[in-house]
Design a protein around this ligand. Structure first.
Ligand SMILES: Cc1ncc(COP(=O)(O)O)c(C=O)c1O
Length: 459
């Protein structure tokens, strides 16, 4: 029999997957270490378990204890898995700007979640840092792991992630790239790899709004470098103990937008449904690689987590457009579409007093599939479509002798001439097979699914 004694025994041994598309034109073999294969869907499982192990060894956490951390995401999930496996309780404090999804995920794993106000300073007693610290003081046998300064974090990657990369590249790795947040995944792996081969170069990815790059290059902790940014997990406004700058050879800064666009490309072009900081890591590593990588080089980029937590952000077109990250495509408008229709064909309409059988005859003789219905003043009072009328006739063949006004549907909706193809395509459906628009001389025109397809086909 081959099985794991507990879910936490499945942590690690994540695959290296070659990039084949987003790196086109860049030399060398570029491999992604895909950390969402861990049971908590991120590399943070590794260090969360190590922090618990080491605390147990030091006697800081005893049976029945409570783990308390101010975390919103991946570390919380890893700690929750560890707590389940070892029988601890978990309390997480989060800022109220965090999505409900993240809160629900941690609660689903049995954790107690305390939501604290975002708009207070870290030292305010109501902040999620202060609440976590206070609970740690008040609750006996509780552990506050503090992933930033707890060196078990780096050690976890030194003991597992580094050796896996060395083993799976057969010692041929020449470059290692990772986003830097707490610094654990960069520095633990870097230390291991450089011990095996001091020539392995390391590239740390940083965000705009973070202090790391400038600090590495000048030794100055420049507060002017600090400003709000959106990418989650990398970049800091502090210098965590886990960041050992001597192990990071170069830093590349990545914008929120470049990272977001690359994240979407990794999903669509490589099939890697990954998180936002993965886009930062790949964009930054490739930017560096364009100039420096050679044919025989082997670069490994660590991809920290999975895409599900980012569905409402980088994977949402609306969110991307709202943040100016997605260039609006130039779509054809209703005006372009009616200008392309053959001009001689005046709009066909049918009178509401005519029989249904006459409409069927019109559909079959002209090949049109939908028609506006007018009253005796030529006002649009309804609509007919061949598919809908067919369904009605199958149920009740006698309808063929009825007047159209007894079976017709709502009139087709009029839209402005500047309505774009993407909007039109969401309005024209099986239940609503056409929309109407007025041309430059005020005459009514119809736009159907057929027109949309023709417009898309012509590009
Ligand atoms: C999504 C994500 N990316 C990157 C990182 C950075 O990794 P590290 O903390 O090992 O520097 C983190 C850490 O919080 C993360 O959650």
């Amino acid at each position: 029999m081959y099985y794991y004694k507990s879910i936490i025994d499945t942590i690690g041994n994540t695959p290296l997957v070659q990039l084949n598309s987003v790196n086109q034109g860049i030399k060398g073999t570029i491999l992604a270490k895909v950390e969402y294969f861990n049971p908590g869907n991120s590399m943070k499982d590794r260090m969360a378990i190590k922090m618990i192990d080491d605390a147990e060894k030091r006697g800081e956490l005893k049976p029945g204890g409570t783990i308390i951390e101010g975390t919103s995401g991946n570390t919380g999930m890893g700690l929750a898995l560890g707590a389940i496996a070892r029988g601890y309780k978990c309390i997480f404090t989060l800022a109220d700007k965090q999505s409900q999804e993240k809160i629900d995920i941690l609660r689903a794993m049995g954790a107690e979640v305390i939501v604290c106000p975002t708009s207070v300073a870290p030292e305010d007693p109501r902040s999620y840092y202060s609440v976590a610290r206070r609970l740690n003081e008040e609750i006996e046998n509780s552990l506050y792991p503090n992933q930033y300064d707890n060196l078990s974090n780096t050690e976890a990657h030194y003991e597992t992630t580094g050796p896996e990369i060395w083993r799976d590249t057969d010692g041929k790795i020449t470059h290692y790239a990772a986003g830097v947040g707490t610094g654990g995944s960069m520095c633990g792996v870097a230390r291991y790899l450089k011990e095996q081969n001091p020539n392995v170069l390391t590239i740390g990815l940083d965000t705009y709004g973070s202090v790391f790059k400038k600090y590495k290059e000048t030794g100055i902790f420049d507060e002017k470098e600090i400003y709000p940014y959106l990418t989650e997990g990398i970049g800091e406004d502090i210098l965590p103990e886990n960041v050992d700058f001597s192990l990071i050879d170069h830093f590349v800064k990545v914008t929120d937008k470049d990272a977001a666009i690359m994240t979407r490309r990794l999903s669509r072009e490589e099939g890697l449904f990954v998180g936002w900081s993965c886009g930062s890591a790949v964009w930054g590593a490739l930017e560096w690689g364009k100039e420096h990588l050679k044919e025989d080089d082997v670069m490994v980029i660590i991809l920290p987590d999975h895409g599900t937590r980012y569905l409402g952000k980088v994977y949402s077109d609306t969110w991307m457009k709202d943040h100016g990250f997605l260039e609006e495509r130039e779509y054809a408008s209703a005006k372009n579409i009616i200008n392309k229709q053959s001009g001689e064909n005046a709009l066909s309409t049918i009178y509401q007093g005519a029989r249904v059988s006459e409409a069927i005859a019109l559909f079959t003789s002209t090949g049109i599939s939908q028609i506006p219905v007018v009253d005796d003043r030529d006002e649009f009072v309804g609509s007919l479509s061949d598919t809908k009328i067919l369904t009605q006739l199958i149920e009740n063949p006698e309808l063929r002798n009825k007047a159209i006004k007894d079976v017709m549907h709502a009139p087709f909706q009029f839209v402005p001439v500047n309505t774009t193809l993407d909007v039109l395509s969401s309005m024209i459906t099986r239940d609503n097979p056409a929309v109407m628009v007025r041309d430059a001389s005020g005459l009514p025109r119809i736009i159907t699914q057929h027109d949309l397809l023709e417009s898309i086909a012509e590009g």
